[in-house]
Write a protein that binds this ligand. Structure first.
Ligand code: ZN
Length: 353
């Protein structure tokens, strides 16, 4: 904790029984269900309070315990030197689903998906109790939220924001984040995003990369995006740099394998595809019984199966529809160019390879 004096005008906040004054920084361990070995378990939370008033933002990762790019995004965020001078409060939760993280699993020990269990219940299942605690201790105290995710195991996502852009404050926050694409997505029952919306809290989901893997582009775009969002809501000074464009997709769909077999994919993330274009072939191990997987509409590949083995019906490519495919191409090209420059510049965070 910092020894700075609290600013009288700004009320203290209380998290898990710990009182945190303005101008101080605290690590809080919120108790969660103990492990079945009777070892106590906690969710570690870092709270950074500026001396000056401002909004409260929560940034969370690993709600799905195997989605770890966000854990590194939070680590970089907490090392950002200007955090000492923010307006308002940052609540950073690098690992929400602690039990899933220990098991390298998306789920909780009761096999439930935490992101379908909000708002949860104090006397509910393991997942329900965790959702309840997170909702009460973190979300209810925030004005804005950013939840960091990746694709599922063996499935990669191009860096993207999922948000309800019909809500103007959420749309502005999504635009400020500056991920190359934003997918306008409706609210899923029981999701953290739905719960935040029900409380009037604008919240973004950032999806990038693949479960159980680190990906530098996904981490770096996410880290910069969180800082951009903090500038937008006045926690950090505005940047003189022009905000990056994020192109909004109004719909997306998965292209599925028509037969089981071995996949040879021909397009990657961010690639522009045209209706009827050959995206992959699926055949048996001898190369016989080959079928072609073709794009059903013009769009951009925003997600892809990385494991080249499929059962009939498995989702292989996630393609989004955009008003202007050219605009997305430009944004993707710009992203790649900037990525190379930034990687050289960010010496305090050597890129993960
Ligand atoms: Zn997830």
């Amino acid at each position: 904790m910092s020894s700075r004096k609290a600013t009288n005008a700004i009320p203290d906040i209380c998290l898990g029984g710990t009182t945190i004054a303005a101008g101080t920084r605290a690590s809080v361990n919120l108790p969660i269900a103990e492990l079945y070995t009777h070892i106590p378990a906690t969710m570690p939370v870092e709270v950074i309070r500026g001396k000056r008033p401002g909004p409260t933002l929560f940034v969370s990762a690993a709600v799905h315990g195997d989605e770890i790019n966000g854990v590194e995004i939070v680590r970089r965020l907490l090392a950002y030197p200007k955090l000492n001078n923010i307006k308002g409060t940052l609540i950073a939760v690098p690992i929400v689903n602690v039990q899933g993280f220990l098991e390298q699993s998306r789920y909780l020990p009761d096999r439930r998906d935490l992101n379908r269990c909000f708002p949860g219940s104090e006397r509910g299942s393991v997942a329900g109790r965790l959702a309840w605690m997170f909702a009460q201790e973190i979300v209810a105290k925030a004005d804005y939220g950013i939840d960091l995710h990746t694709g599922a195991i063996h499935r990669g996502n191009m860096p993207q924001i999922r948000a309800d852009v019909a809500d103007s404050r959420t749309a502005e926050l999504a635009a400020a984040f500056g991920a190359p694409v934003t997918i306008n997505s409706s609210l899923r029952d029981g999701s953290l995003r739905e719960y935040a919306a029900s409380k009037g809290i604008p919240m973004l989901v950032y999806e990038a990369g693949e479960a159980l893997r680190f990906d530098e582009t996904s981490i770096s775009v996410g880290y910069k995006g969180v800082l951009n969002a903090m500038r937008h809501i006045g926690m950090l000074p505005k940047s003189r740099r022009k905000p990056k464009a994020s192109v909004i997709a109004n719909s997306s769909s998965w292209l599925r394998a028509e037969q089981s077999g071995i996949v040879r994919p021909f397009v990657g993330h961010g690639e522009n595809v045209e209706r009827g274009q050959l995206l992959a072939t699926i055949s048996d191990p001898f190369g016989n019984n080959e079928v072609e997987l073709k794009a059903k509409f013009d769009g951009i590949v925003i997600g892809r199966l990385n494991l080249p083995l499929v059962n009939e019906g498995d989702a292989v490519f996630h393609v989004a529809r955009f008003g202007s495919v050219d605009a997305v191409e430009q944004v993707v090209d710009q992203l790649q160019a900037e990525q190379e420059q930034d990687t050289a510049r960010e010496l305090n965070h050597p890129p993960v390879i």
